[in-house]
Every structure is written in structure tokens, then in C-alpha cells.
Design a protein around this ligand. Structure first.
Ligand SMILES: [Zn+2]
Ligand SMILES: [Zn+2]
Length: 312
């Protein structure tokens, strides 16, 4: 396989309507669609077994979104860690440099444990690899809230790399439910436009839409809370530079998946084109296209933000 490089060409600015700046996730469909998409991508895929395992995790995430939800109207009740002082201005609703679910301002509660219990139950599925079963069953004896805190802080111990997937999966449920309960009119883009305006995490990929009220607009998709936010197309999502951007794709591919490389920061991020494939689900399609990451990183580009299920 080889990669093909193109420049960004003419962007259809004139045809773009006014895109919504932020689209909050819908937990009633998010994980079920992800699971469905992962199973489609797993067919005849070199990593098919792993994608099917992640599909089972997504099924569990969907079940975890069912009965327990944060009470309505409580969306702003994000409690600072004991011993830390609240961020100044956090309650005035105007401060825009602190996203409402900033990891440092969250304290995990029972819905996190509930989500993790659903994910641990995937360990009973006879189809999963033994090593995954061992990891899921071993979570019972660990302080999982502490591990989740470490994961959020980027200080997960190296010997717990295997636990990162189930811990992150439970965090995704927790953050997605809280993100969905926010009032979108009170969510503002951050000064660092490349970070999630709801939780501050990095995007897993971008999607160039082909439907909705602003076809042709680009949305970045949060790898943690699944919020999508509008980001101008002609600008690197890592450093904001607009010169020296190029698109790389696998030669002979469908044109639906490209890596946007930036000469200014030598970073890249994956972009998905709905016009070429309406079934794209950014998290699933990112995991299904890690072959492109290998090729692009072999060519010397560094991925701006890894998929949270892949980073060790
Ligand atoms: Zn987020
Ligand atoms: Zn850049």
C-alpha cells in the first residue's frame, strides 16, 4: 500500500450554511451506532477480532446509558476534588476558558461504577480473548475510581495499560451522559479551538459533513464525551496554521478517510468525509483505519491526539 498526497483544494465555503458551533452527544444512540459500525468494519479486517471486542464494549456502554442518568437540571453540579479550591468564576456561566466538565473539576460518582460494572460483564462473553477476560475480571480487586482519575490526569501506571480500555470506556459513558445533560446554549468554544468545549479532551477525528444545515462544515469529535464542535476547514487542528496543510490517503481507497498533515507542527489528524460514506462513526472508523496511521507515521508525521483506546 502507498499513500497519496493532495492539497486541500477549493473549499466549498460559499455553499456552507451557518453551522451550529457545538453539537452535544445523544447517549440513546451514540454507543449502539458505534457498536453497529464496528461490526461492519470488522468484516475481513486484519484486526477484526479486536474491533468485535470493542463492539461488545460499546454494547455494554449503551446498556450503561439506560436506567441511570444524572437528574435533570443538575448538569452544572460538577464538584471540585476535595481539598482543591473551585476555579474562580466557575459559576458565573461566562468564563469560557474552563470547559464545564473539565477533568480536573470532576469527581466520579456511582454512575461511573454502574457503567464499569456493565463493561466488566463483557468478561462473561465466550467470544472475547482470554487476556481481555482476565483484565476485565481483575478490575474487581482494583481501586477503579483512582485508576480513572489517573487516566484522566495522564498518569496511568504503565503496568495498568491493559486496564485503560475498560476504564476509559466507563469514563466515556460518564462524560457522555453529563455532556448530554448540558444546555448547549451555555457551552462556548474554548480559546484553544482544537479542544473539546465540554470536557477539554482532544478530538479523536474530524468529520466533514454532507448533511444537516451546513453540509461541508468540519466538526471535531471528542474522544471522551463525544461532543462535536465546529472547526474551520483550512486550519490545522493542532497549531491553527493554514499554510502547509495536505491530505494523505491510502492509494486506491474510497476517499472517505484522510490524514490532514501540517508542515508547521508536523502533526496530523484523521478526517472523515461523509460525502464518501454516510455511515462514518468517528470513534469506530478511527479504530478501523489504524493502517493509515501506520503509513502516515512511518512517513514522519506525529498524530496530534491518539485514540484513547489505543494510547498506552
Ligand atoms: Zn469532550
Ligand atoms: Zn499544525
Amino acid at each position: 500500500m502507498t499513500i497519496k498526497t493532495t492539497d486541500l483544494g477549493d473549499l466549498p465555503r460559499g455553499s456552507i450554511g451557518q453551522p451550529d458551533p457545538v453539537i452535544l452527544p445523544d447517549p440513546s444512540v451514540l454507543f449502539v451506532r458505534r457498536a453497529e459500525r464496528l461490526r461492519v468494519l470488522a468484516v475481513a479486517h486484519p484486526m477484526g477480532d479486536w474491533l468485535r471486542f470493542v463492539a461488545l464494549i460499546a454494547d455494554a456502554q449503551h446498556r450503561a446509558c439506560g436506567p441511570v442518568r444524572p437528574p435533570c437540571g443538575n448538569q452544572d453540579k460538577v464538584v471540585p476534588e476535595a481539598g482543591s479550591s473551585p476555579a474562580p468564576g466557575h459559576d458565573d456561566g461566562k468564563r469560557v476558558d474552563e470547559p464545564p466538565l473539565a477533568a480536573a473539576m470532576t469527581r466520579l460518582d456511582a454512575p461511573f461504577d454502574h457503567a464499569l460494572a456493565h463493561i466488566v460483564a463483557v468478561g462473561d462473553d465466550p467470544s472475547i480473548p482470554d487476556v481481555a477476560r482476565e483484565i476485565l475480571r481483575g478490575l474487581h480487586s482494583l481501586d477503579t475510581r483512582a485508576l480513572a482519575g489517573a487516566w484522566l490526569a495522564g498518569t496511568m501506571p504503565a503496568q495498568r495499560a491493559g486496564e485503560a480500555v475498560p476504564i476509559c470506556a466507563a469514563l466515556q459513558v460518564w462524560f457522555t451522559l453529563r455532556a448530554a445533560a448540558l444546555d448547549v446554549s451555555r457551552v462556548h468554544l474554548l480559546p484553544r479551538l482544537g479542544l473539546c468545549p465540554v470536557c477539554g479532551a482532544a478530538p479523536v477525528a474530524g468529520v466533514i459533513t454532507a448533511s444537516g444545515k451546513a453540509p461541508g462544515a468540519r466538526y471535531l469529535h471528542c474522544g471522551l464525551c463525544a461532543t462535536a464542535w465546529n472547526y474551520v476547514r483550512a486550519s490545522c487542528i493542532g497549531c491553527g496554521e493554514s499554510k502547509g496543510l495536505a491530505l494523505q490517503e491510502v492509494e486506491g481507497g474510497t476517499g472517505a478517510i484522510k490524514a490532514e498533515t501540517c508542515e508547521a507542527c508536523h502533526g496530523y489528524a484523521k478526517m472523515f468525509y461523509q460525502a464518501k460514506d454516510m455511515a462514518i462513526e468517528p470513534f469506530a472508523d478511527d479504530l478501523g483505519s489504524l493502517g493509515l496511521d501506520l503509513m502516515v507515521s512511518d512517513a514522519g508525521w506525529s498524530r496530534l491526539a491518539p485514540n484513547p483506546f489505543v494510547s498506552a
